[in-house]
Design a protein around this ligand. Structure first.
Ligand code: NAP
Length: 551
């Protein structure tokens, strides 16, 4: 039986998920009946109305249990992530498991500070009879759709913040990563969250949008491609359901002439080819100032020559691509660039053979491995440094979800900024330099939601730093205080301080004293010169005396 929290058992489809790095058969694809989605929403909503009243100190206990669960099941999680995506377990641990455990604790501590009722300062003496208090309250039931590239690290932030802020959640993980979805379901249940509050939904991408949006969710979080984000936003717009979109990226890395070059070359490789280059916030385009271009390239080439690519193992640096579709896209982008004059400067060595110590026996509930393969060969694509002279063509203009480092020389800081910004995306960018002045100057002009200095990509692992992009990289932010704001909505309660006053001075019946009194209030509030204000005060006073009645 599939571990779900209730009666909503998915069916087995007869289609399979395969490990893209080995071709091994992993698990049978599951599917819920789309008709059950509204029932899941109903159930989650019922549980949510109670859950939102649970004090934060109690909710925090569940969050702590969840992070302990992650710790206890770290090997299982890392293995499942590695098997579904083709990345290595070490990558899975570093970029998904560890940050997720930290995220649960962070949100449980941070949420009370953000949702804490706030007394709003009065904007004018005219409203001194009012007391306004702003609350942030949960939306109700939040639908979350996430991609395959970080199948645990991405959803956990949104799930943790949504639940701990008092929402119910329906989560759909990418079909390729359903076994990770099962583990997320297990984590939530075993951490003790109310079982009806959270549902992993097994539905294909083509069915889940309508199922969520017509099923009654109150808000949608989507992480994935810009194309799908656009479709979902349009559909959500028709139903006026708010959306938060985390979409593609085409990140620039700027290496200035005073950069720490060794670190920059190693960092370009880490952020450009980790997860086999399939990171929304990975390095895609590298602009290097001419005085250090040659030295940087020499270091970068050395790094790439040493990369060990292969199926998961502790002595492997990077794994495979995750989908055949991505491999085809990468090949097409590279071929297009080469046909227009780009040059491959370096290619990493051929993939390693599988090593015996790959299996760690963690007891994961995956199907027994089968040698039957879905692919003619595992989905490896080597790391390549490609030198380009201009920013035209898909390699430089579109997202490249593969281990390609496109490098280009620039003559000035100005040129680097201009070329970095010359894309329709704006997720993240990085500046590599030891000069605080230069970094501040460049950072202020880069059009991206996240700028890292002498590092790249890693802030996705820090729950406190907002994550999200400018332009076509998305709408809204995940992580940090903005995520807490995204999973809650504002409610303000405006109190009358003089409730025994029979009516406000401008309520009916209206006469000319009301008009004059209101003009007087206007003059008193913003009029220029003492005489105008005094005259305004007189008119207002006249209205007050005439209108204020308590008995
Ligand atoms: P995708 O095709 O858009 O799929 C993402 C998720 O949406 C999957 O769960 C998929 O389900 C589902 N889906 C597909 N079509 C759908 C539709 N019409 N309606 C509703 N859901 C649908 O993207 P991807 O290729 O898997 O993921 C890679 C993309 O995600 C890249 O562009 C990457 O930059 C972006 N990304 C962005 C961030 C960020 O934080 N900004 C983070 C990670 C990834 P199925 O698996 O069943 O198809």
């Amino acid at each position: 039986m599939i571990l779900t929290n209730d009666k909503f058992q998915p069916r087995r489809t007869g289609s399979w998920i395969y490990n893209p790095a080995t071709g091994e058969r992993l698990a049978e694809i599951l599917e819920h009946d789309p008709e059950t989605v509204p029932l899941m929403v109903q159930q989650a909503r019922k549980a949510q109305t109670e859950w939102e009243t649970v004090p934060y100190r109690i909710k925090r206990r569940f969050a702590y249990e969840a992070s302990r669960w992650i710790h206890q099941h770290a090997d299982t999680l890392a293995l499942a992530i590695a098997q579904c995506t083709g990345k290595t377990r070490t990558e899975a641990l570093a970029t998904e498991v560890l940050p997720a455990a930290i995220a649960f604790r962070y949100y449980s501590q941070r949420i009370p500070h953000i949702v804490h009722p706030k007394r709003l300062p009065s904007s004018s003496f005219l409203f001194l009879n009012k007391k306004s208090i702003q609350y942030r309250v949960p939306y109700g039931v939040i639908g979350i759709i996430t991609p395959w590239n970080y199948p645990f690290g991405i959803p956990v932030h949104e799930v943790a913040a949504s639940l701990l802020a008092g929402n119910g959640v329906l989560l759909k993980v990418a079909t390729q990563c359903q076994p990770v979805g099962e583990l997320i379901q297990r984590m939530i249940l075993e951490a003790g969250f109310p079982s009806e509050l959270f549902h992993v939904v097994y539905l294909s991408g083509s069915k889940v949008g309508a199922a969520f949006l017509d099923g009654g969710i109150d808000k949608l979080f989507f992480t994935g491609s810009t194309e799908t984000g656009r479709i979902l936003m349009e559909e959500a717009g028709k139903r006026l359901i708010p959306v938060s979109l985390e979409l593609g990226g085409n990140d620039a890395m700027i290496v200035l002439s005073d950069a720490p070059l060794e670190r920059a070359a190693a960092g370009a490789v880490w952020a450009g080819v980790s997860n086999c280059g399939q990171s929304c916030g990975g390095v895609e385009r590298i602009y290097v100032e001419r005085p250090v271009y040659k030295d940087f390239l020499a270091l970068l080439r050395q790094e790439v020559r040493q990369i060990r690519q292969g199926p998961d193992g502790f002595d492997v640096d990077i794994g495979s691509l995750t989908t055949e579709e991505q491999r085809k896209k990468v090949i097409a982008q590279v071929q297009d660039a080469l046909s227009k004059g780009a040059r491959i400067l370096e290619t990493s060595p051929s993939p390693l053979k599988p090593s015996i110590e790959r299996s760690v026996g963690t007891g994961i509930t995956l199907e027994p491995a089968s040698t039957e393969s879905a692919y003619p060969e595992p989905l490896f694509y080597p790391v390549q440094i490609i030198e380009v002279d201009n920013d035209t063509g898909p390699l430089m203009q579109e997202e490249t979800f593969g281990p390609i480092l496109a490098v280009s020389v620039v003559d000035t800081e100005e040129e680097a900024i201009r070329r970095a910004n010359a894309t329709s995306y704006g997720l993240t960018a990085s500046i590599w330099s030891l000069s605080k002045e230069r970094v501040a100057r460049v950072a202020s002009r880069l059009q991206a939601g996240v700028i890292t200095v002498n590092d790249h990509l890693m802030s996705h692992g820090m729950p406190e730093t907002p994550w999200g992009g400018f332009k076509q990289s998305g709408i809204g932010r995940t992580h940090g205080d903005p995520l807490i704001e995204e999973v809650t909505q504002v409610k303000v309660v405006v109190w009358e301080r003089l409730p025994r006053m029979k009516r406000n001075i401008f309520w009916q019946p209206i006469d000319s004293t009301v008009y004059d009194g209101l003009k007087g209030a206007l003059a008193l509030a913003v009029g220029k010169g003492i005489s105008k204000r005094l005259q305004g005060f007189g008119n207002l006073l006249h209205l007050l005396v005439k209108r204020i009645r308590f008995f």
